[in-house]
Write a protein of this length. Sequence first.
Length: 142
Amino acid sequence: MFEITVRLKNASVDDDVDRLLSEFLIDIGYIEERGEKNIERMKENVSFRLFKEVFLMRPEKTWPVNEILTFLNTSKPTLYRHLNRLKSLEIIQEVQIGKEKGYVLRYNSLSLAWNFVESNVKMAMDNYRKRVENIQRMVGEK
């Protein structure tokens, strides 16, 4: 199931890619905002490292689960929690590598993957519109 958080904010202008990326990941609901936005602490966060170091910096690579676990030095439950969140955003896709699961950035590009996200958002908004119109029609009939 596709799931994203949508916040209307001005685009940040910053020369620090880590700061821009962390704001973006918080805004779309991938990383939980915990009040303090300490960028150094954020860069050590498994969810941030998974997105940046695994998928963003190596977009063409299909990562077997065991390789990601070793690379991030994390547990399976933690890894799968973050992988499932990225899958629900449809930014990454699951592929079979022999008998093992692997993951890759959709279309090997954040920009192209984001086009897919935008299409899903548009479909979701269209479905909300249909429900709103149906509710309004039903209320108006009474």
